[in-house]
Design a protein around this ligand. Sequence first.
Ligand code: FMN
Ligand code: COI
Length: 361
Amino acid sequence: MDSEPVNVREFQTLAKEALPKMHYDYYAGGAEDEHTLKENVEAFQRITFRPRILIDVSNINMETTILGYKISAPVMVAPTGFHMYAHPEGEVATARAAAACNTIMVLSFGSSCTIEEVASSCEAVRFYQLYVYKQRYVSAQLLARAESNGFKAVVLTADTPKLGRREADIRNKLTIPQSKNLEGLLSVEADSKGGSDFGAFASQTLDPSLNWKDIAWLKSMTKLPILLKGVLTAEDVEVGVDAIIVSNHGARQLDYAPASISVLEEVVQAVAGAVPVLFDGGVRRGTDVFKALALGAQAVMIGRPVIYGLAAKGEYGVKRVLEMLKDELELTMSLNGCCTIKHITRNHVRTEGDKLRSLMC
Ligand SMILES: Cc1cc2nc3c(=O)[nH]c(=O)nc-3n(C[C@H](O)[C@H](O)[C@H](O)COP(=O)(O)O)c2cc1C
Ligand SMILES: CC(C)CC(=O)C(=O)O
């Protein structure tokens, strides 16, 4: 393949060529049968447009605001762990690319670069993703460091009381790098009993007792706004937080969880405008971004494609991935007759549910 990709998917091929199998599989893989992994992408393909014509689209403005911070387009960087497996510059390169594209990066609790390295890499608005460890002082200290290093919000990941079963990682006996962030706090040695060290470390650390009461605990520890990541049902809409993120963790946790895009509208309706709703899972095209916005998301976050860009071409690769999605979104808006993000409405898409309902009438 020509080494300058023309779409985001082509970065995945380059990443596969560039990375050791163990690391590529860690990034690309999902849980168990990987049913949800396929569904996350395929559910987007079952949504079609209802484009409007003869609208002046000579000026398209994709800017939007997330928790008061302006970004150039509603495409953000999702938290993903261990960027140094993809590229020696790790999250510092990702952070610079996100800043160059005027968007927000959510730094993973499992980042290979330190919070301080990322904070000093460039000027930008960044959010911090939190895992709650059994050793709660570890989570508390990392959050305090993020807050004092200027991170603007905390993303509490709530879908990982235990790590999902990623069979490729077990087969590959995935090892974990020494974490610079955890130095002096916690050793990353784990007894995998012949499987994935990463899985063993996660079960030693992740706190499975995390529950709704802990939102109050988190609030007592930080002044930052809280985004709750991992909501997939109306029942789990919690208005005590500042934003909700519809996500199935890129299909890496509960296999046979629904495709994130298939439940976005249910959550948006339950939230009823009380707080912003963000979205991630399976976004590979500008058309996917548009579909998520039409179904009520304020912005989407991108997981794997960012890592594939990083693995293939470092900071430049991440920048290209974000630019490609923005360019595709701009064209999609033009061809649907939408000049601004606010012009994108529910009427611009036709979901499977809409098709079924129209057959029943
Ligand atoms: C390699 C990898 C590592 C991830 N690490 C984290 C993490 O540390 N914290 C978290 O909340 N989500 C993590 N996620 C989930 C992402 O934030 C996001 O929900 C998901 O990747 C979105 O789906 P996509 O990859 O199809 O874009 C990870 C996902 C991947 C692929
Ligand atoms: C446990 C994290 C460091 C990474 C993660 O969430 C993931 O691999 O899905």
